[in-house]
Every structure is written in structure tokens, then in C-alpha cells.
Design a protein around this ligand. Structure first.
Ligand SMILES: Cc1cc2nc3c(=O)[nH]c(=O)nc-3n(C[C@H](O)[C@H](O)[C@H](O)COP(=O)(O)OP(=O)(O)OC[C@H]3O[C@@H](n4cnc5c(N)ncnc54)[C@H](O)[C@@H]3O)c2cc1C
Length: 264
């Protein structure tokens, strides 16, 4: 499958909510539709975007959304009226159907705190949003793959598994709140996908994935290609561990997706 060049990705895409459904106990899938989604570039893998959301009181000024999020764009956003500019969070393309102008996004339902997670749980058909395309983080490298994430990175890890060459090999570790949060996986045959349900509902998200990662001893660390995403502590400590066991820094793609106790 051909993908667009993620480095050239920019641009705004207007859409509206088509429907929302709870796909597993802790994941809500919102499907957006709109003509502009027909021309959203397909970067594949962990393609992500900034999602600008409507305000509950209906006063959202979507004109405050910049064309890009460089210094100038961010300043434009900050200078817009803080009572009417849309709030935004970062999300991953779960599934894009350009021919239908549809896009699925999986939101972790993490409770009542915050903006995007709570919004997704009550999203109504017809609500408007704006997406700012950000390309993707993952690049295919040679060697064996190790993909590690918590539930917020589930869409990214499953997207990477879906889009990797079919002869790719490796291991994916995906921490989830509950065994029933696992989703169907389309992975290359030579991949082991290990779901890691948290036994304790009060356990710190990411801790189990980190513990499992620390027990993983790569046979040839110099040939390992790593993708690491999720709660900040998992990502920071996971990367430190991998570097300590000999994985070259340039072979580790890592992103802190969120931080316990911090908004945005
Ligand atoms: C590139 C990228 C792609 C991402 N893709 C996705 C995706 O596809 N799906 C997805 O669900 N998330 C994804 N995330 C993570 C998402 O942006 C954050 O979780 C974000 O903080 C959620 O916003 P919110 O408004 O719900 O909560 P916030 O207002 O940001 O935070 C409110 C509170 O909720 C807590 N919180 C935030 N996220 C979580 C969580 N996942 N679990 C438990 N507590 C949480 C915070 O610590 C804070 O205490 C992605 C992040 C990045 C950087």
C-alpha cells in the first residue's frame, strides 16, 4: 500500500460526528465524516492529528484553528479569544475510509476529568470538529520490531501492525485496563502480540508494560527497532532501559502521550 510522505503533511480538515460507540469497556470509537476527509492524506502506521473540539456551550470559534502548529500558528491560536477558541488534544487515526469520507478515532474513556475523553463519551451526531494533520512518527526500519504502549497507544500500535510489511517480525506489548479491552489485530504472521491486562484497577497505567519490558532481553539489541508510546513514565523509563541494554538511541521512536495528573 502506498502512503503519503508524512513530512509534507499539514492542513486543516473539517468534519462532524457521524456516530459514537463503546467498542470495549474503556474505549469509545467516534466516527467522523465530511467531504474534506476524502482528501486527508494517508500516512498510515501511527498517523496522528490535533483534534479541535466543540465547546459545550456552542460558542466555538473554529476560525481560531491555525493552518499549522509552528510558532506562528500556535501564536495565532493563543491570541484568539480564550472563551471561544476550541480546545484540542492529540489523537491517532484508527481507521480512515477516504472513499466514504469517514474516519474512526478510538478515545480512551478515562473518566470525567479532561476534555477529549469525556467529550467522546457523550459525542452527538452532527457536532463539528477540526483536525490538523500531523503526519506520523513511525518509520519502518530493518531488524526485529518491538512495539510497546498502554491503552492510549493501542490505536498507534495496531495501526503499525496493520501497515508493516507482511514479512516483518517482532513483539508487541500492549497494556490495557481489562482483558476485555483487547481488540482484533491484523499483524504480520511473524509477530507475537501480547496483551497485558492490569490485574489491579488502581494500578498505575504503564507500570505493567514497563515491568514486562524490563524483563525482555533482546538477543541482538543493535538490530532492534523500537516504538514506545503511552504514559510519560513508561516511555521515559522504558527508553532508559532499552538504551542500557544496548539498543541504539536512533532505533527508538518514543512519545509521551499523556501524563498522570496533567491535562493536555
Ligand atoms: C501523538 C499522540 C497520539 C495520541 N493518540 C491517542 C488515541 O488515539 N487515543 C487516546 O485515547 N489517546 C491518544 N493520545 C493521548 C491523549 O492525547 C491524551 O490522553 C490526552 O491527555 C487526553 O485528553 P483529555 O482531554 O481526555 O484529558 P486531559 O485534559 O489531557 O487530562 C485530564 C486528566 O485525565 C488524565 N488522563 C489523560 N489521558 C488519560 C488516559 N489515557 N488514561 C488515564 N488518564 C488519562 C490526565 O492525567 C489528567 O489527570 C495521543 C497522544 C499523542 C501525543
Amino acid at each position: 500500500m502506498a502512503f503519503s510522505d508524512a513530512r509534507k503533511s499539514r492542513g486543516l480538515y473539517r468534519a462532524q460526528v457521524l456516530r459514537g460507540e463503546r467498542v470495549t469497556p474503556h474505549m469509545v470509537r467516534v466516527t467522523f465524516d465530511g467531504d474534506e476527509l476524502r482528501r486527508l492524506p494517508r500516512h498510515g502506521f501511527d498517523q496522528w492529528f490535533r483534534l479541535f473540539l466543540p465547546r459545550a456551550d456552542g460558542t466555538t470559534d473554529f476560525d481560531a484553528v491555525p493552518e499549522g502548529f509552528g510558532m506562528a500558528g500556535y501564536l495565532k491560536y493563543l491570541m484568539a479569544n480564550s472563551h471561544t477558541r476550541p480546545l484540542f488534544r492529540n489523537y491517532t487515526v484508527r481507521m480512515h475510509r477516504p472513499e466514504a469520507g469517514e474516519l474512526d478515532v478510538d478515545f480512551v474513556a478515562h473518566g470525567d476529568e479532561g476534555v477529549a475523553g469525556p467529550w467522546a463519551q457523550r459525542a452527538r451526531a452532527g457536532e463539528r470538529v477540526v483536525l490538523l494533520d500531523q503526519g506520523r512518527g513511525f518509520e519502518v526500519q530493518d531488524g526485529t520490531h518491538l512495539l510497546v504502549g498502554d491503552e492510549s497507544a493501542l490505536p498507534a500500535v495496531l495501526g503499525i501492525l496493520r501497515d508493516l510489511p507482511r514479512d516483518a517480525t517482532g513483539l508487541a506489548l500492549i497494556e490495557i485496563p481489562d482483558p476485555t479491552d483487547a481488540q482484533p489485530v491484523d499483524a504480520p504472521e511473524g509477530f507475537e502480540v501480547r496483551w497485558l491486562p492490569r490485574a489491579d484497577p488502581h494500578a498505575r497505567p504503564g507500570a505493567l508494560a514497563l515491568e514486562t519490558l524490563r524483563r525482555y532481553a533482546p538477543i541482538d539489541p543493535a538490530a532492534l527497532s523500537v516504538y514506545l508510546a503511552g504514559e510519560q513514565a513508561l516511555v521515559a523509563a522504558g527508553r532508559r532501559h532499552l538504551v542500557a541494554v544496548g539498543v541504539p538511541k536512533q532505533r527508538i521512536v518514543f512519545t509521551g502521550y499523556w501524563r498522570i495528573g496533567r491535562a493536555g
